[in-house]
Write a protein that binds this ligand. Structure first.
Ligand SMILES: [Zn+2]
Length: 389
């Protein structure tokens, strides 16, 4: 009921203020950008929504992509959106088959599902639902990525290394967007991002002090992968993704700075029932006979696991196996099939490719600079302003 009332208030304010609506500027082409200041990132906040509500902290502009329909609301409030089907959407008072844009005035934000965003929010309808995408300047986007990928309490040099890695990863991802209506997911499929409602000073400093800086190899951006803890040494990207191009910066490096962290060594158990149900999902029903590392890298990271039951055996990529069991990593040092469960012992967390974040923390605490950190985990890569590429 309360929401309905807010919706009506929104409608009334919107109609009254229609004529005073200013037309905000259009998006610049992102992948052609030579400077990160002019780059806009399109981040998917949610897909396949039937309805959604957006709280705005003050003045907001609402308009269709071609600006043929527009209005503004001067006071803080809530705007409701719902899918009308057949590619149409209703946002406040406005109905359209075009994308509808919610744009907060400078200094104002739009809150969706508890996270506040300062960029423009695009609502893009398909046949039965709509998708929510924020258009946000790259450097601002990074303020909302860093604290969810690395603790904001970590030393400045570790955060700076993370800023460069996240910036490069973003720009590389944008080169491969294709015709999709967004560039990056706001979760682990790309990088975590929770808007910029809360900007930590340590994060802002790390992003601002490395503004525009990226890593390149052979004059090109590359996927600057990073992960929690490598367990002593990182691995080649091909150990995790056999189809990836094996370039020097992603070929693996010795770490030696991550032993202090809790994920350096771990042990986990998985119930036998869960393991047998997983085996059944591979087409291997019946009693589990063994689970073994079939192949591993020189640093001890399993690439393949063989599961055997009464019905036969199958060898699968460890990445898939790890996800199914929720293991911290594939660097499995011990695997025992016991009466009631399976015991795993291992090292590190994450895929083990690129920068080891616990190692970056360790290096920064040992007085190393972000340049030294990046050089260690992306050997052969060049730190450069994007405009010089
Ligand atoms: Zn490490």
């Amino acid at each position: 009921m309360k929401n309905k009332l807010l919706f009506l208030v929104t409608v009334v304010c919107g109609c009254l203020l229609f004529s005073a609506c200013a037309a905000p500027s259009a998006r610049k082409t992102s992948t052609q950008a030579t400077s990160t200041s002019s780059t806009t990132v399109r981040v998917l906040l949610a897909e396949k929504q039937k309805s959604a509500s957006f709280k705005h902290s003050g003045l907001i502009y609402i308009y269709t992509k071609d600006r043929s329909k527009k209005y503004k609301i001067s006071q803080a409030g809530t705007v409701a959106a719902r899918a009308l089907g057949a590619g149409k959407i209703q946002v406040g008072t406005l109905q359209s088959s075009q994308p509808v844009i919610l744009e907060p005035a400078p200094g104002k934000t739009i809150t969706f599902k508890g996270n506040a965003y300062a960029g423009k929010i695009y609502l893009i309808a398909d046949a039965s639902a709509f998708h929510i995408v924020e258009y946000v300047p790259l450097e601002t986007y990074l303020y909302g990525v860093l604290p969810y990928e690395m603790s904001y309490t970590w030393p400045a040099e570790a955060l700076k290394a993370q800023a460069v890695a996240a910036r490069t990863f973003t720009l590389k991802s944008m080169q491969t967007t294709g015709k999709r209506y967004f560039d990056l997911y706001s979760d682990v499929r790309s990088q975590m991002y929770k808007g910029t409602g809360k900007i930590y000073p340590s994060v802002k400093t790390a992003v601002d002090k490395t503004r525009g800086e990226v890593l390149a190899y052979d004059g090109q951006l590359f996927y600057t992968y990073y992960h929690g803890n490598c367990g002593g040494a990182t691995d080649s990207v091909t150990s995790w993704n056999p189809g990836a191009k094996a370039i020097k910066p992603l070929s693996g490096a010795k770490c030696g700075y991550d032993k202090h962290a809790k994920n350096y060594s771990w042990q986990q158990t998985v119930s036998r029932a869960k393991a047998e149900s997983y085996a059944a999902s591979l087409g291997l029903k019946g009693k589990l006979k063994s689970i073994k590392v079939a192949r591993k890298t020189g640093t001890g990271r399993a690439t393949n696991i063989t599961v055997r039951t009464q019905k036969g055996s199958k060898t699968i990529a460890c990445g898939n196996f790890r996800m199914a069991f929720g293991l911290k990593s594939c660097k499995i040092t011990k695997l025992s099939l016991r009466k009631k469960d399976v015991l795993f012992k291992g090292r590190g967390s994450g895929h083990g490719v690129g920068m080891c974040q616990d190692g970056a923390n360790g290096m920064a605490k040992a007085g190393k600079s972000y340049k030294q950190i990046l050089k260690k985990y992306y050997p052969g890569a060049k730190l450069t302003p994007l405009k010089d590429l």
